[in-house]
Design a protein around this ligand. Structure first.
Ligand code: 9MR
Length: 408
């Protein structure tokens, strides 16, 4: 990241986009440099307003947006990486578009438990705890695309109530088994995480996995803490994790194992949706702080599945500020905005990008949940920046119209 900032800075100077910045001396007088424990940026100590990043030799890099580019990753190049989720079939036709606009990719479904957990091999392994994983051709297609094109990957996800088969929680990895004990589940969880990172490293040695959603969607929406125990496959919204565990040890353990087996420069996140509902914001905040105190977490992922009617930007900003107040990194991980009116949607997209850019010293990555409306999981309400055949929507135009005056 620091290298990226330096080269971005150099590129900006060459293109005439150099914005004046204070000297390192001035900077260190007023804003002593601290390293956030989650950091892939160096932050100033006062959560400040001065809107700059510092690189290792204390040279400040001013956060700015480029006003002369049509590509998202260049527009916000000095703020954060800009990502999209990708499904393998899109790579047949959309790879050039993706390469132009994005410098981060999240596999949309390809690293989820139900895709990579291998029931037969886990059962055949025979010791009841060595969870086996595999990558099918689809999974490999996305990973290889990232590796071949040097696009850093956001991994998504290990602990999730959804898209996780019930056999994973049962004796002998069989649907007809009884529920396992937390002690057995700990070993399965550790092996799941270990074997996934090992397979990534072995089969994709040049792939940079820079972030991982270790736990996804842990909480109820109403501040009621963890999801209720049960099988999401039988009763939507319930969690097998809380059926096996009566406390938060599965979360602590997941982060402990991820810390142990993830590449050293891979940052670890807790990720959730409806994260802007204040009661839920608090639950996420409290869990993140506990993990931070244990030194296990690097950041909080705000999924950001929004609608133009809810939440309003202020509610969203309040949640962002609360997450920033942890001192952890924040990533926007799955942004889309459903709407009935493209002009209103455009304004909302602009507001969210502007807010994020203003807070860029705390936000390392900003991911849209897809490239264009027709392939979105919410395609019925056109939630993305581009329309059919990657046509530029009002939302895209609004986002690209953001100026440096807007993010002051
Ligand atoms: O976009 C994903 C869609 O293709 C899947 O059918 C769906 C199934 O759960 O998951 C979608 O991605 C979800 C993400 O993994 C977690 N946050 C909510 C996303 C949208 O449902």
């Amino acid at each position: 990241m620091k290298q990226k900032l330096v080269s971005c800075f150099v590129a900006m100077s060459m293109c005439g986009f150099l914005i004046p910045f204070p000297s390192a001396d001035n900077m260190s007088m007023s804003n002593p440099v601290i390293k956030n424990n989650s950091d892939n940026k160096t932050h100033t100590s006062d959560n400040s307003t001065d809107n700059s990043l510092l690189i290792d030799n204390n040279t400040p890099v001013q956060i700015s947006v480029r006003e002369d580019t049509k590509f998202l990753k260049e527009k916000f190049g000095s703020c954060f990486s800009v990502g999209t989720c990708v499904s393998p079939h899109e790579l047949d036709t959309g790879s050039e578009f993706i390469l132009n606009h994005f410098n981060s990719i999240t596999p949309e479904n390809e690293l989820k438990p139900d895709t990579i957990l291998n029931q037969q091999a886990s059962e055949l392994y025979g010791n009841n705890v060595n969870t086996q994983v595999f990558f099918n051709d689809n999974v490999r297609k996305t990973l290889k695309f990232c590796e071949d094109n040097n696009i850093p990957l956001r991994g998504h996800t290990f602990v999730w109530h959804s898209q996780t088969p019930d056999w994973f929680f049962k004796e002998n990895f069989r649907y007809d088994g009884a529920d396992v004990t937390p002690e057995i589940m700990n070993q399965r969880l550790e092996n799941f995480i270990k074997n996934t990172f090992e397979l990534l490293a072995t089969d994709f040695p040049n792939l940079k996995v820079y972030a991982y959603d270790v736990c996804n969607e842990l909480f109820e929406n109403n501040g009621g803490g963890f999801r209720k125990p049960g099988s999401n496959n039988l009763s939507m919204g319930k969690s097998y994790w809380t059926k096996i565990y009566s406390d938060d040890s599965f979360v602590i353990n997941a982060f402990t194992y991820a810390r142990k087996y993830a590449p050293k420069d891979c940052k670890l996140y807790i990720n959730d949706f409806n994260e802007y509902i204040p009661a839920k914001t608090n639950d996420i905040y409290n869990m993140a702080m506990k993990l931070k105190d244990l030194g296990l977490i690097d950041g909080i992922g705000m999924q950001s599945h929004l609608d133009t009617s809810y939440p309003d930007i202020k509610t969203y900003e309040n949640a962002l500020n609360k997450f920033i107040s942890t001192g952890l990194d924040v990533q926007i991980t799955e942004l889309d905005i459903t709407c009935t009116d493209f002009a209103v949607q455009g304004k909302y997209f602009k507001d969210i990008f502007t807010l994020a850019a203003k807070n860029a010293e705390h936000i390392s990555s900003f991911t849209l949940w897809g490239t264009h409306d027709s392939i979105s999981w919410r395609n019925y309400s056109n939630p993305l920046l581009f329309g059919a055949n990657y046509s530029e929507k009002e939302a895209y135009k609004q986002v690209m119209s953001i100026t440096n005056a807007d993010i002051k």
